[in-house]
Design a protein around this ligand. Structure first.
Ligand code: ADP
Length: 260
């Protein structure tokens, strides 16, 4: 159980059959938030959990590509939306509702409407956990969710680079203001191991996220290497957590840690 959290039902945006909602946020874009969301969802599904993944990244919905499925979900009555299924995960993405290559130019109220729809009109069914892949930063989607849904907790993804950490700190501050528990930080792209000579390099620095997590008093939940196969499998629509290598094991451990 996620810290013995009670079933969140008190807020209008909480889907009825969903036990826990985990949001995955970051300060900056491109740090691996969607990669972590997809792989964590797959790892939780492999551990036997009933998992939903909601891609709420309005600026760049990546889950249709990363989960290998991109079609408009059915809506038999024009109201409820039937989510898709991929790699054992129940999936909904704002990208399914948008035309590919078109930007989502939405004001706050429209965004709130879209979030409300994806939370409550999607037939999520009974889920142990719903993972929400947030847009980067501290915008309207985060605010709406923080205020209108009861969230079990937030995971913050960052690279060890100072500029990424600076913004990660702001994201953490926002969740704390919204009284969303910070479950921990995840360091991504921490080390790189040269495939030919095996030398380890720290392209974005080293130890920054661990130090920040300690300073903020939140756990460092995982440190993921820069890894070609992680990128390739994401692009190919089969998250690396669906396989059996060391990165998949890392995500299995992360899933385990969060489920306790
Ligand atoms: P965000 O959601 O924070 O914008 P993404 O998950 O979309 O970031 O990642 C950005 C790019 O970096 C993607 O092409 C992804 O495949 C790649 N990527 C993310 N994490 C890793 C990693 N650990 N190793 C290699 N490539 C990665």
């Amino acid at each position: 159980k996620f810290g013995g959290h009670a079933k969140p039902q008190s807020q209008p945006m909480n889907p009825a059959g969903v036990d826990r909602i985990l949001v995955v946020g970051s300060g900056k874009g491109g740090v691996g938030k969607s990669t972590v969301s997809a792989n964590l969802a797959v790892a939780l599904a492999r551990a036997g959990r009933r998992v939903g993944l909601l891609d709420a990244d309005i600026y760049g919905p990546s889950q249709p590509r990363m989960m290998g499925i991109n079609k408009r979900p059915a809506s038999p009555d024009g109201k409820t939306i039937i989510p898709l299924q991929a790699h054992g995960v129940t999936l909904m993405s704002i990208g399914f509702m948008l035309e590919e290559g078109k930007a989502a130019v939405w004001r706050g109220p429209m965004l709130m409407g879209a979030m409300q729809q994806m939370m409550t009109q999607v037939e999520w069914g009974e889920l142990d956990v719903l993972i929400i892949d947030l847009p980067p930063g501290t915008g309207d989607v985060q605010l709406t969710l923080g205020q209108k849904a009861e969230l079990t907790g937030a995971l913050i993804v960052s690279t060890p680079q100072d500029v990424a950490l600076l913004d990660a700190r702001k994201a953490i501050d926002m969740f704390q203001t919204l009284k969303v528990p910070i479950l921990g930080m995840i360091e991504n792209m921490s080390t790189y191991i040269c495939p030919t000579c095996g030398t380890e390099a720290h392209l974005f620095g080293h130890g920054g996220v661990a130090a920040e997590a300690e300073k903020l008093g939140v756990p460092l939940l995982a440190a993921l290497p820069i890894d070609l196969d992680t990128r390739l499998s994401g692009d190919a629509g089969t998250p690396i957590a669906a396989g059996d290598g060391p990165v998949a094991q890392g995500f299995a451990q992360l899933a385990d840690r969060l489920i306790k």
